[in-house]
Ligand binder design. Sequence first.
Ligand SMILES: Cc1cc2nc3c(=O)[nH]c(=O)nc-3n(C[C@H](O)[C@H](O)[C@H](O)COP(=O)(O)OP(=O)(O)OC[C@H]3O[C@@H](n4cnc5c(N)ncnc54)[C@H](O)[C@@H]3O)c2cc1C
Length: 399
Amino acid sequence: MTRRSLPDRAKVLIAGGGIGGLAAALALAQKGIGSLVLEKASRLGEIGAGIQLGPNAFHCFDRLGVGETARQMAVYIDQLRLMDSMADGEICHIDLGDTFRKRYGNPYAVVHRGDLHGVLLKACRDHPLIELRVSSEVVGYDQSKKSVTAKLGNGETVTGTALIGADGLWSNVRRQVVGDGKPRVSGHTTYRSVIPTEQMPEDLRWNAATLWAGPKCHIVHYPLSGWKVFNLVVTYHNDAPEPVAGQPVPVEEVRRGFAHVCERAQNIIRHGVDWKMWVLCDRDPVENWIDGRVALLGDAAHPMMQYMAQGACMAMEDAVCLADSLAHAAGDLPAGLVRYRDRRVLRTTRVQLMSRAMGDHVYHPDGPHAALRNAIMNAKSQAEWYTALDWLYGGNGLD
Ligand SMILES: Cc1cc2nc3c(=O)[nH]c(=O)nc-3n(C[C@H](O)[C@H](O)[C@H](O)COP(=O)(O)OP(=O)(O)OC[C@H]3O[C@@H](n4cnc5c(N)ncnc54)[C@H](O)[C@@H]3O)c2cc1C
């Protein structure tokens, strides 16, 4: 397809070319709406390794027109498995086989972030209604009744019909729309690594997203990239005071927070290489994601802890809902943005708050609190687990 540059006033501006921003561009294109993605970095890409995708992500892929390619890159796991890292035993698991897939209409999978971003990026590059620009940091905006003008870090301006702030946790667009200061530093430090499958302890090469829960710490692992590697994410609630993103650290530092867990769990960490560290942040939910022709999406709107593995899934749902709402608004763009916000805010609030609660009550409890977790979670049948997940994976998450 040949690419025409759209006249400025005919396109939606999107700040940020992460999973949320690219999904928004694709969703809008599916409705015949052109967009210009403005990415701060000098190249489009993703850091970090694995990401879990619930069935709701696959509903979105279909609506974004990338269902088939997205399905090809995924590893389909059999279980979500919760282990007790003190007692070295399983607490419970959720089966992700046929019954799960039938109930939710789609599978649960794990993918490499780079692969997921790559699928979205290729589809954007191939679409004549989408323009991508790098080295373009959006620092603020002005708007009139008919248009919005994004101000870029290099002094340039770009005008469009709307501005979508998909610029992540430290969003500049949010600073102007909401103005609620810096994100909350959670005090949870996450370390990420990837190891070749043959170096993963043999008795733990499970086709599952496995979580070892322990006092103030946990370990997550799952196979990735056609089983070539295992993704390792370990988190230590050490009350870290400052945000950090992607800083290399030695394995000794990672091991420090896990000296109290069972030998088998400690052993997983010993196999990690090239560890990188993040101090996680989130925000309290807010409702005011909209300012006239400007709206927030993804982490810019509702940054959350990763404990429900839903941040990227929510960003893609936002994207589909945004495009749907604008198409429905038949030219009244500000009304379309309000409709989008109204349809998304309760669901994303629920995921934000539950993600925090899961850190406290499932991932990190100790003593009788942990024993209570084990008793409650161990008592649930598969049918009860599915009922508990219906609100998240049932329907298409958008209606
Ligand atoms: C350890 C960890 C594990 C996770 N696991 C999962 C999981 O299993 N499943 C899941 O669904 N989610 C998971 N998440 C959450 C998920 O990574 C995020 O929610 C998701 O990436 C948010 O996408 P986004 O596009 O909104 O923001 P981002 O990914 O932050 O993208 C923002 C983009 O905007 C650019 N940008 C920033 N500022 C500007 C600006 N001013 N102007 C222009 N461009 C700008 C950035 O360079 C970036 O490209 C996890 C998160 C963490 C930290």
